[in-house]
Design a binder for this molecule. Structure first.
Ligand code: C2E
Ligand code: CA
Ligand code: CA
Ligand code: CA
Length: 278
């Protein structure tokens, strides 16, 4: 009878059922994850290539599911974007990042923090108010907060999104274009919108130092950024050889496992204390 039961289940395309179930369960779990305090942030340093100092960190969300363990943001962020939960989750990320970084400031480390934002947070229309409130509550200055957006936010072109970008810029926030080089939109927005930084996508960095096409693309992005007045950050830098060639090409900043994985707020504080002494 046991074998029969198993065969029956096989008959109903098990992988599809399993996937659909997982998604459904995850959606339910995601709804209570905020309240259950299952999210936390890790931070990855961004290094100034000319001074070798940590100038900022990127905040990255983590979800410790009580039964399933760690679930990647690559899996749950798209789900949160599709069901609207990205609005409360995104606000939690902003608030937590600003609070933790304000704490580092009080300990003598005036770093900038970069937070990832989804297109829906811009379309929502109240992002400026939320940011203003969080800065006021945490005491962090606008100049110390950076927004990492992707081309999908810019392609949106809704009046609300564009106005929000301008308001944030006027408040003094930095705006960084993430995964640069992978999108499909035209580049005309580069001259129309208030941007400050281009983040070269990891897929180009991973080809360094030997792949000549990757190097050509990186050189072009750095020179484009330079002539438009943007700084350029390379992400996904994993080796010394990659760091050296980026420095040689006058890339401004790097981020990646070569220098540090994303780590807890406490680990960053320890790293900053150590860095300061040297
Ligand atoms: P992203 O914004 O492009 O973030 C960089 C990702 O690359 C992070 O993955 C980071 O851990 C990883 N990474 C950093 N250095 C290296 C390296 O040297 N080599 C390799 N192979 N990977 C490296 P993570 O933390 O899993 O995040 C994945 C994506 O999830 C992010 O990509 C971002 O799109 C999204 N995400 C993460 N946190 C948030 C958040 O708070 N809000 C939103 N809206 N999206 C988030
Ligand atoms: Ca990012
Ligand atoms: Ca408040
Ligand atoms: Ca990226």
């Amino acid at each position: 009878a046991k074998y029969l039961g198993r065969d029956n289940i096989q008959f109903y395309s098990p992988s599809l059922t399993h996937q659909a179930m997982r998604r459904l369960n995850m959606e339910t779990a995601l709804r209570r994850a905020l309240e259950a305090q299952e999210f936390y942030l890790v931070y990855q340093p961004q290094l100034d290539l000319s001074t070798g100092r940590i100038l900022s960190v990127e905040a990255l969300i983590r979800w410790a599911h009580p039964q399933q363990g760690m679930i990647s943001p690559m899996e749950f962020i798209p789900l949160a974007e599709s069901n609207g939960l990205i609005i409360p989750i995104g606000e939690w990320v902003l608030r937590t990042a600003c609070r933790e970084v304000a704490h580092w400031h009080a300990r003598g480390h005036p770093l900038r923090v970069a937070v990832n934002l989804s297109p829906a947070q811009f379309r929502h229309g109240v992002l400026t108010d939320i940011v203003r409130d969080i800065l006021q509550d945490t005491g962090l200055k606008a100049a110390h907060l950076e927004m990492e957006i992707t081309e999908s936010t810019l392609m949106d072109e809704s009046a609300t999104t564009l106005q929000t970008l301008r308001e944030l810029h006027e408040m003094g926030l930095k705006i960084s274009l993430d995964d640069f080089g992978t999108g499909y939109s035209s580049m005309s927005y580069l001259k129309r919108l208030p941007l400050h930084n281009l983040k070269v996508d990891r897929s180009f960095v991973s080809g360094l130092p030997h792949d000549t096409e990757s190097l050509a693309i990186i050189k072009a992005i750095i020179s484009l950024g330079e002539s438009l007045g943007f700084t350029v950050t390379a992400e996904g830098v994993e080796t010394l050889a990659q760091a050296e060639i980026l420095k040689q090409q006058s890339c401004h900043a790097l981020q990646g496992y070569y220098f540090s994985q994303p780590v807890s707020s406490d680990r960053i504080l320890a790293l900053l204390d150590k860095h300061k002494k040297n």
